[in-house]
Design a protein around this ligand. Sequence first.
Ligand SMILES: *[C@@H]1O[C@H](CO)[C@@H](O)[C@H](O)[C@H]1NC(C)=O
Ligand SMILES: *[C@@H]1O[C@H](CO)[C@@H](O)[C@H](O)[C@H]1NC(C)=O
Ligand SMILES: *[C@@H]1O[C@H](CO)[C@@H](O)[C@H](O)[C@H]1NC(C)=O
Ligand SMILES: *[C@@H]1O[C@H](CO)[C@@H](O)[C@H](O)[C@H]1NC(C)=O
Ligand SMILES: *[C@@H]1O[C@H](CO)[C@@H](O)[C@H](O)[C@H]1NC(C)=O
Ligand SMILES: *[C@@H]1O[C@H](CO)[C@@H](O)[C@H](O)[C@H]1NC(C)=O
Ligand SMILES: *[C@@H]1O[C@H](CO)[C@@H](O)[C@H](O)[C@H]1NC(C)=O
Ligand SMILES: *[C@@H]1O[C@H](CO)[C@@H](O)[C@H](O)[C@H]1NC(C)=O
Length: 470
Amino acid sequence: MHPTTVSFATLLFTLILFPSLSSANLDSGKNAVRVPLKRSWPVTHGSSGSGDNPTPGLVNARSLRAHLKWTDKKYRSTFTAYQSNTGSSHPLAPPSVPPRRSREAERKRRASLEEYSNLPGFARESVAARSSSVPGAISLAEENGDMWIGAISVGSPPQNFTVVFDTGSSDILLPSASCNSTCDGHNRYDPSQSTTSVNLNQTFSLTYGDGSTAVGELYSDDVLIGGYEAVNQTLGAALTYSANFQAPTFNTDGLLGLGFPQISVYGQPPVFQTLISDGAVPESLFGITLSSVSGKSELMIGATDTEMYNQSSMVYVSVSLAAYWQIRMDGLTRPGLNNSGDVVIANTTSYAEAIIDTGTTLIVTSDDNAQKYYADVPGAELVPSLGSGVWSVPCDSIGSILPSITFGGQAFAVSSSTFNLGQVSDNSTNCVAGLAGGGSDYYIIGDVFLQNVYTVFDVGNSRVGFAKLA
Ligand SMILES: *[C@@H]1O[C@H](CO)[C@@H](O)[C@H](O)[C@H]1NC(C)=O
Ligand SMILES: *[C@@H]1O[C@H](CO)[C@@H](O)[C@H](O)[C@H]1NC(C)=O
Ligand SMILES: *[C@@H]1O[C@H](CO)[C@@H](O)[C@H](O)[C@H]1NC(C)=O
Ligand SMILES: *[C@@H]1O[C@H](CO)[C@@H](O)[C@H](O)[C@H]1NC(C)=O
Ligand SMILES: *[C@@H]1O[C@H](CO)[C@@H](O)[C@H](O)[C@H]1NC(C)=O
Ligand SMILES: *[C@@H]1O[C@H](CO)[C@@H](O)[C@H](O)[C@H]1NC(C)=O
Ligand SMILES: *[C@@H]1O[C@H](CO)[C@@H](O)[C@H](O)[C@H]1NC(C)=O
Ligand SMILES: *[C@@H]1O[C@H](CO)[C@@H](O)[C@H](O)[C@H]1NC(C)=O
């Protein structure tokens, strides 16, 4: 066995071979599938940090720290994937990313791959004929938190999983039936119980800068999202989960990436690209609405949900570089204090790229940009104990420094309830604010913003659409 290496040429070939079928089947989006989403892995208005008797309105410090770490790792890992898939480094990747694996980390990685190389493969049995199931909705419950999760099933007969729908990455990761106790508390994918599974005889290793890993094997199997089937979809079955994926910190089984193939760590087409290739979706796009209101969050596959947004307010912005959902941001401002003019952090003349990422909670940018944002706010301070670059401001003034972000010439307001992540600690009068430093010059636009808009991820036209909520 050897770590997966698939050249970008192969990806390109696959994509050209199966062009978007969107224009062939535009009739009304009646076949579109609504996948209800719920929040998980609580960060906001937390319920932990004070044992069995949580105080509402508190930020969940442990989850926020874990989440920020995970975000950082995800970007390191996907920037690295971009480089290996395309042969050039991503323009937004900081020079220090990807960091070279230390010799010791590399030795450990090889040793753990070695250890698994003796596991039996799973030969493919005959392909069972399947009637495609009727697209339908799956019921939704609301939890506090920041990751947006929904249900998928894999294989024949179907095995069910909850996954984080993450537009900031491009791979499917599930715990394997052969995973050790690091996967306890999660549903596990058992390829031997699926007649459509194929062992691709490749290992993968999601190795990050700090040497932590999710190591596993690649399979191809049929993945059902709502009623749509991605046939022979590549997925990773993890044999170990790193701390960030372990229950109860991570209470979802796995991840499902909705980014472009260029950032696939497996170097394989992501599930939405497979659906397009299969001609399964009426339009090559998906729409996402995230809401703290129970039952209002959904992923709409193959169409937009016109009931959810104000259609005349929709603006589209071209993807600058297909890898992440990366677009140009026209502005980021907040009101000035004491009736002074707006504080402008970004505008059309100051260049700013934004990555639209449902898998990130906050709006994350450079320390300098964040400093500029909070500089004149009395009582604003960094809270290093919550994570690098996290700021807090007095709870009673957070409502007067809410950001407005402009895309495609239209300004979108961020509400107080989404910008305020909760009280710093029990007796603190400060609250954690939704824009953090600790990143780079570009902006990762996470749920703090996305909960205020309807977002269209238009793969066919390589653009992102935003509309005001209905
Ligand atoms: C998987 O989920 C579907 C849809 O919710 C359900 O009908 C089915 O019983 C579940 N299967 C298992 C094995 O839990
Ligand atoms: C799981 O397997 C990994 C890789 O061999 C190992 O490093 C880790 O200690 C194991 N964890 C447990 C709890 O057995
Ligand atoms: C993986 O290895 C097994 C056993 O050697 C083999 O039967 C199978 O065809 C291989 N799968 C692929 C996709 O090459
Ligand atoms: C899926 O894989 C199986 C086995 O490799 C193959 O027989 C089948 O034709 C593939 N189906 C599609 C739609 O690619
Ligand atoms: C919909 O958006 C348009 C453009 O922003 C605006 O003029 C209109 O008032 C909005 N309609 C509703 C019902 O909010
Ligand atoms: C706004 O007014 C308050 C109270 O007068 C003062 O403390 C603060 O420095 C002023 N802030 C700015 C940005 O002018
Ligand atoms: C845009 O931002 C730049 C850099 O922050 C600033 O120099 C310039 O004055 C701003 N332009 C406008 C029109 O606000
Ligand atoms: C908060 O205040 C209460 C009452 O004054 C006190 O008992 C408690 O220890 C304080 N908690 C913290 C974390 O300081």
